[in-house]
Design a protein around this ligand. Structure first.
Ligand code: NAD
Length: 411
């Protein structure tokens, strides 16, 4: 099976297009990005030498609105990865009911090898040299290797170039420069809202058991929210391994322990287990919230959960999904489960455009509304078409994008 991420994304596009009866010309259009920008950034390093960096920005499709989404600073970034992510964001925005197209970009660089001054110069240079940008065209956000700080530099550079303030031109910036509250928790909160709906549909109540792989921004937030609601989180893990307690782990105390020690490992009162064991536990709900492809051909037949919520991006390979579905394991796909981050980015843009900044209660209320809608719409298409929830989510998104493409007269 292909390991090229763009080919994988195209495979899903084609199979969902076929299952949903989407016009073939729409599928053909979506399989070719609207724009591919590749540019070089020559930059003088702290040691006086000039280094030349390669940068990308891909606009997949903007029928629903200006393109938005992340910027990766990664040493092994490829154009095919950026193209795949831009297509995937087109779908995700449509799933979340966000009036935006899909974009993605980045620089081939290892940010850990840059000094802080170099990182600032590179972030500013990316924004300066980005050929097409602005609140109504393309809104870059953060992703792997970038942060609220890089986004603040990008915004500042953009506003210096333009000569006016435009907070809606860059996403994932800190609240201090007109960002939004709630962006750090957004994805985990969204996972939690989806979990509440999916648990109901699966007949699971507060007595059910949950395992979470990954205890970072997404997994940690999700585990804490479930714990606060009274659910029994029996296992969690991070890159150093997992911990298990059949009576449930006190996630509030675990958070304090992680701040002190940097890891969940050896949390008192729990048994040490491996990351593989976390995935294979006999629990009601499994939430992979770490990295991609952790459930694959090698362990799909050992997964014992009834319901899997894909909080991470692409934690289940295509081959493993077939095995899991044949074993009647329910999967709520990443484009639904973790769309909360993209939704709050949309809220950030609304706030920047209106200069009216929301409090946390308003962010949570509006996020919950949209997460429930994304889940319910996907569920309805699943029931109507008799497909997996993943294919249903793509069909739902493709129907929205297709309607916009057609009414615009593009095909
Ligand atoms: P993070 O870096 O904050 O946390 C990742 C966690 O996974 C950490 O606890 C880390 O120790 C653990 N981990 C890393 N490699 C691992 C491995 N090989 N095995 C087990 N655990 C491992 O990252 P995050 O922001 O929480 O993102 C987690 C996933 O969610 C990623 O797939 C990301 O693409 C996806 N996601 C994140 C957001 C967001 O807003 N942060 C939005 C959508 C999707």
């Amino acid at each position: 099976m292909s390991r090229n991420p763009f080919e994988t994304a195209l495979n899903t596009l084609h199979s969902a297009g076929e299952a949903g009866g989407i016009d073939l010309k729409v599928i053909e259009l979506l399989s070719k990005p609207k724009r591919i920008m590749e540019f070089t950034i020559p930059m003088r390093m702290d040691n006086g030498e000039v280094e030349i960096f390669t940068a990308y920005r891909v606009h997949c499709n903007d029928a629903l609105g200006p393109v938005k989404d992340g910027t990766r600073f990664m040493p092994n970034l490829t154009l095919d990865e950026v193209k795949a992510l831009a297509l995937w964001m087109t779908i995700k925005h449509a799933v979340g009911g966000i009036p935006a197209g899909g974009g993605k970009g980045g620089i081939i660089v290892d940010p850990n090898k840059l000094s802080n001054w170099e990182l600032e110069r590179l972030s500013r240079a990316f924004m300066r040299k980005l050929p097409i940008k602005g609140a109504w065209v393309d809104v870059p956000g953060a992703d792997i290797g970038t942060s609220t700080q890089t986004q603040a530099w990008m915004l500042d550079e953009y506003e210096e170039i333009m000569g006016f303030h435009s907070p809606a031109a860059v996403n994932d910036k800190p609240a201090a420069v007109n960002g939004t509250v709630g962006s750090w928790e957004a994805t985990g909160l969204g996972v939690f809202y989806v979990a509440m709906e999916a648990f109901k549909d699966a007949g699971l109540d507060v007595g059910c058991t949950v395992a979470v792989q990954g205890f970072g921004q997404v997994g940690g937030t999700t585990a804490r929210l479930l714990f606060d609601k009274g659910f029994k989180v029996v296992a969690v893990s991070d890159i150093n391994g997992g911990i298990y307690s059949k009576d449930g782990i006190n996630i509030a105390k675990l958070e304090e322990y992680v701040i002190e020690t940097g890891s969940v490992a050896k949390f008192p009162g729990t048994k040490a287990i491996s990351n593989e064991e976390v995935l294979e536990l006999k629990v009601d709900v499994l939430i992979p919230a770490a990295v991609q492809s952790v459930i694959n051909e090698e362990n799909a037949d050992k997964i014992a959960a009834k319901l899997i919520l894909e909080a991470a991006n692409g934690p289940i390979t295509t081959a493993a999904e077939t095995v899991l579905l044949n074993r009647n394991i329910q999967i709520v796909p990443d484009v639904v489960t973790n769309v909360g981050g993209a939704i709050v980015c949309h809220f950030e843009r609304i706030q920047g455009l209106t200069d009216d900044y929301w409090d946390m209660d308003k962010v949570k209320e509006k996020l919950k509304e949209r997460m429930m809608k994304a889940y319910q719409e996907t569920k309805a298409v699943t029931d109507e078409k008799g497909t997996s929830m993943r294919v249903a989510a793509w069909i739902n998104a493709l129907q929205k994008v297709s309607a916009a493409i057609k009414i615009r007269g593009w095909v």
